[in-house]
Design a protein around this ligand. Structure first.
Ligand SMILES: [Zn+2]
Length: 338
């Protein structure tokens, strides 16, 4: 099954027909979306059900889409200064990216990874893009890293069509994280892998498109249908404090640049992060992560108290044993090989 065959209608989940701009549409005549063709932005299909989405069709008519103006380059004054204050704060994602890539390669050389919010490549996760895994990027705007444009509340991929999902710093930007988590579960094959990291104590960013924060426990519950491989805080309480200082200056109306300059003397706070004990740090961390697997062994309400208590058991990162990955179904051939 190539990528086009794996795509489906964001409303009825039925197959698509026609290929390319002006032709691609939902094949189900009883579906209201079959009446018109899907838009294309920068050569990529816009598979959004606009009636059910926060996004407007008009945003895609003459541009790459919502958020396309975002600075993905990692350069610029603000980013340089901020990296001095909390440089390299996400030490988790690069390690899990390595782990996930190894697990996927061990299963099937053609394994598919769906990156939700994949318009920009996350810091330190270049490992996922070294060509060994077939990466499908989706975002709300077209970029060289995306294959199609979609709203994560209705992923336009067939059930059990990908081997892993990566969703980094995205879930705070969706209106219904529960719906997105269900969608991730739907598109993953049995034993498929999920990595998510999401802010806990972080100020509002991306303006109007910022809706939710998660504690470590709340984030675990969001992925309750998955079995945990490991979970924990991202960034420590020191990073959180440095950010809070900056946003306090900003709240005084000083502007981004001045607020960042005034926070520079507090750059040392981030060096406290590695010294922090696990649970109290998780209680005050900048973000949380979950790395898990679709095994059919999720958790229930009564497991949540044990989950929190288990954080205290180890001063360092808690790592639970997970059963060795079972064989998975046939993966997609890469489009080149198809
Ligand atoms: Zn349809």
């Amino acid at each position: 099954m190539n990528l086009t065959e794996a795509l489906c209608c964001p409303r009825c989940r039925g197959p698509l027909c026609g290929e390319g701009p002006g032709r691609l549409r939902c094949a189900a005549t009883e579906c209201a979306m079959s009446g018109s063709r899907f838009l294309y932005a920068n050569g990529q299909p816009v598979l959004i059900d606009f009636e059910a989405s926060i996004f407007y069709r008009e945003s895609y008519l003459h541009s790459r889409g919502v958020g396309a103006e975002r600075d993905d380059t990692g350069r610029g004054f603000g980013k340089t200064m901020r990296s001095l204050i909390w440089g390299g704060r996400n030490r988790v994602a690069p390690r899990i990216a390595e782990d996930l890539a190894t697990r996927l390669r061990g299963r099937d050389p053609r394994a598919r990874l769906l990156v939700i919010g994949g318009g920009a490549i996350g810091a330190g996760v270049e490992k996922l893009y070294d060509g060994a895994i077939h990466v499908i990027g989706m975002d709300v705007y077209a970029s060289p890293n995306t294959s199609f444009i979609a709203d994560a509340h209705a992923i336009p991929l067939r059930a059990e069509s990908v081997d892993a999902v990566w969703i980094q710093a995205v879930l705070e930007h969706v209106l219904d994280p529960d719906v997105v988590a269900e969608e991730i579960h739907r598109v993953l094959k049995p034993n498929g892998l999920i990595y998510a990291d999401t802010p806990f104590l972080q100020q509002v960013h991306e303006g109007a498109y910022d809706f939710t924060r998660f504690t470590l426990s709340g984030h675990r519950w969001l992925f309750r249908d998955f079995e945990e491989i490991e979970t924990g805080p991202v960034g420590g309480a020191g990073t959180t404090l440095a950010q809070t200082i900056r946003y306090t200056f900003r709240a005084l109306g000083l502007g981004d640049k001045i607020a960042t300059l005034l926070t520079l003397p507090f750059f040392w706070l981030r060096f406290l992060d590695p010294l922090m004990a696990r649970r109290p740090n998780a209680d005050a961390a900048a973000g949380v992560y979950f790395f898990g697997q679709k095994t059919g062994r999720g958790i229930g309400p009564k497991d949540m108290l044990d989950f929190y208590e288990a954080q205290a058991a180890s001063p360092v990162r808690l790592k639970r044993k997970v059963r060795p990955p079972a064989a998975v179904g046939p993966a997609f051939p890469s489009p080149e090989g198809a």
